[in-house]
Design a protein around this ligand. Sequence first.
Ligand SMILES: [Zn+2]
Length: 430
Amino acid sequence: MLDGKLAAALRDAVDRGFDQQVDFTAELVKFPSLRGAEAPAQDFVAGEFRARGLDVDRWRIELDDIKHLHGFSPVCVDYSNAINVVGSYRAKNTIGRSLILNGHIDVVPVGPTDMWTSPPFQPRIVDGWMYGRGAGDMKAGIAAMVFALDAIRRAGWQPGADIHLQSVVEEECTGNGALACVARGYRADAAIIPEPFNNTLTRAQVGVLWLQITVRGMPVHVLEAKAGANAIEASFEIMQALHVLEEEWNAQRHEHEHFDHLEHPINFNVGKIAGGDWASSVPAWCTFDLRVGIYPGQDPAAKLAEVTECVMQAAQRQPFLRKHPPQIVNHGMRAWGYVLPKSEAPDAAESVLQRSHRSAFDGAALEVQTSTGATDARALGQVGGTPSLVYGPRAESIHGFDERVELDSMRRVTQTIALFIAEWCGLAPR
Ligand SMILES: [Zn+2]
């Protein structure tokens, strides 16, 4: 337990650095760190780590280093720009337990920018919220990691155990960035991932599969449309069959601890589609991308086989597709779910987080939630063996228009992390 005076001093140190923290977050949001374009943002982060005296490890992900690992997701994109950055603080004398603070620098596409109130990569602050793509998911979280450590120093202390600050790529599509950190040897006694989940701790989260389904058709002039086979309309029938499977999986939620109280934990999403060449030709092709959620404990390969079977059965009902079955590839997410092991021991990471949260949030208890999305906790937790606490600020419209993060929540989450470091790692005078 932290002394009350020390806790107050650390909270105050976060507050004193907060204007600078907000500026730092805005700088990060200005980088359009979409998949494959994260390197400039990563260079900025590396520079900030270096300026703080951390040991900087900046490397390009090599598929050969990770493709044999449990939890690897297959990719078909080029990784020549997939850069991870880790800044390590190394304690001179170890008196406490080590920690990983992990955040992802990659952001998802913005969609039609005319639907945004202001340009997505020009952050702005209105009524205590910062707007911008990635502001919540999860550049505010990366800023919280950095400024929690700053606050410890500002208050005149240094942590008593090693801390690794990880800024990773590929969270939104594969999880291979966090997996590459594990392959590189990064382990700790606990990890915090400040994903923007409303100041809650995530107990359980789904796994995710990405599938790309290509449907063929028979092109004919539209004047004899009945003689052809329309690949786009055939795809809609396959999608309907997939949504039937989705509801079957949701009906099984009562068999899965942590998920039975949710109305619709499993979401199938057709996230992308392309097809056809000409308005007056029956389309010969349609390709669509599907995201599928699975419960923790379910094997992604087995669930992939179930989805494949569903698509093939739907194809059987269409004469042309019976002879020319769809092609299905899984590149991208092939992720297991994750459950944070429950521990009520007073010195367990979860207990330390509860106390730290209570101190930062005026005595409010830490709420525990289940996520219907996936995070990098599975790589750090399941593959790396580092129990991973997903805990971060309040955000709205992540992956949507006008994404925003609440600044007061960001400040308090930073306080929580600083207090967690103080208790978990121990403190020594600077
Ligand atoms: Zn995220």
